[in-house]
Design a protein around this ligand. Structure first.
Ligand SMILES: [Zn+2]
Length: 142
């Protein structure tokens, strides 16, 4: 990626060109340390201040990251609420051969404490701190 590369005079960068009214390739004409000062548009040849292309993609990413964070927080709250009524001593270790019921608290070696919120056949939906997971269980009884 361009990000890790040090840009120097003569390099090609993307910049917004006011004359072309779009993002075009520019040649770096002058710099101040790591900051690009002036660039020359490769399309129209005009010399102007460096205008980095708008970081719309990054903005979107930040937004979705926020959403993910919000969701994670909501999930954590839901999880806390679900497990808060159950004492830790009642937590059952998760075993693939084990038998569980809705409302059980299980202790998963990898995902931690989980609340059994749904059971369908030999699959159960367990709410963990970081989200719901489907786990199989009771496989030996079949
Ligand atoms: Zn231009």
């Amino acid at each position: 990626m361009v990000l890790n590369r040090k840009i120097k005079v003569g390099d090609e960068v993307e910049s917004k060109c006011t004359k072309c009214k779009k993002i075009t390739f520019h040649t770096v004409e002058s710099m101040d340390g790591d900051n690009i000062l002036k660039v020359i548009c490769k399309v129209c040849g005009s010399k102007h201040k460096y205008r980095p292309p708008k970081k719309e993609k990054e903005k979107k990413k930040t937004l979705s990251e926020k959403r993910i964070l919000k969701k994670a927080k909501e999930n954590e709250e839901k999880w806390l609420e679900l497990i808060s009524d159950i004492s830790e001593e009642d937590a059952k270790p998760y075993l693939i051969s084990g038998s569980y019921e809705v409302g059980d608290l299980i202790e998963h070696p990898k995902f931690g404490k989980g609340y059994v919120s749904e059971i369908v056949g030999n699959k159960m939906v367990v709410t963990f701190k970081d989200g719901d997971r489907k786990l199989i269980f009771n496989t030996e009884k079949k």
